[in-house]
Design a protein around this ligand. Sequence first.
Ligand code: HEM
Length: 408
Amino acid sequence: MSSTVDSAGTNTTGIPEFPMPRAAGCPFDPPPALRELQKETPLARVRLWDGGTAWLVTRYAEQRALLADPRVSADITRPGYPSQAPRQGGSRLSFILMDDPEHARLRRMVQAPFTVKRVAAMRSDVQRIVDDLIDDMLAGPAPADLVEAFALPVPSLVICELLGVPYTDHDFFQENSKTIVRRDSTAEERNTAMMRLAQYLDGLVGQKLADPQDDLLSQLAGRVQAGELPRDEAARMGVLLLIAGHETTANMIALGTLALLEHPGQLAALRETDDPKVVAGAVEELLRYLNITHTGRRRVALEDIEICGHTIRAGDGLIMANDIANRDADAFADPDRLDIHRQARHHVAFGFGVHQCLGQPLARMELQVVYSTLYRRIPTLRLATDLDRIPFKHDGSVYGVYELPVTW
Ligand code: HEM
């Protein structure tokens, strides 16, 4: 490898590339090279797709410290931000990529429906959605693809209802959000998908302005009318919520089911329990163990930061690899073991700090309903193919499976 010097003045020879590949046959475990780095050092330089470098933060304690540090920015437009893939144009996915006070101002506008109390009131609706989809699946032919028949429709139906997006448009928005979260999409493809979704949401905001309903987009339209929010920002917030609301949870449903099918003792314990606390604990443990947001939380330093004997310079990119933080032995005993009875709620699968997942009460409730219903209603559920034939989302910024053929 030839020796080059990057813009940060670092000799890039020998610097490992990030992201790293998972080991063949270990679809639930983080890449072995990443685990090695974690053992060696809390902070390492890694090389990114564009040849630049960033600090990879490997351990749980340092990740939480930096994610909570106001000297660290989530603003993707700042020089040095370690973006996951080529970007084009200035369009960004709303407040998830902004800093306070603007981030907090926008987040507050949409947080009400995601509170624990409001989410609890939605539980019986979600139970009905889950039961109906299982009825349909059982009435149809086996084998079936669990992703298409169940994992994707559950959170899509829920977020559509909450936002006021017609579910009949699901092919359109699922296809475009898939393009946005694929790491191998070109900048142009990603931009086009983002534009299509923003136009679509803008159209819906327009409809809600004329004819408000009892949904979140109508509330945002009300803010637009009151002059508190530009209409294009309302549309981008709608895009963020629509994508975040279904992509992540859908992957947790399918990948979580696969992980349980591969750990039959854990699956049996979950199927047999009547205790909602055990189900809730299983959800936390699967979130920790699978950590589907596997490309790390991305940030850029606003000032020089001293940590663990290293100096992170202002303008340096940071990647908090939360998948290995969730497997850090200092935070979780015997971290590579899936154990639904462990206390795992302090995991960082929802991130940490001011950007910690807004939708986590909803995601938790959806997963609790799914995991406590699916395996009880279909006790003979099993894979309809070999593990090594399942297409994993190695190329996605959210990890999971593209298809999960199951039978019963
Ligand atoms: C199992 C499912 C989910 C997982 C694993 C997940 C994970 C995450 C993570 C790791 C972050 C932090 C991003 C960062 O720090 O850069 C985040 C933020 C966010 N999530 Fe989720 N999420 C899930 C479900 C949802 C759902 C159902 C919604 C509902 C709309 C949602 C909406 C959001 C939003 C709006 C943010 C940005 C928060 C902010 O920047 O203040 N998520 N999520």
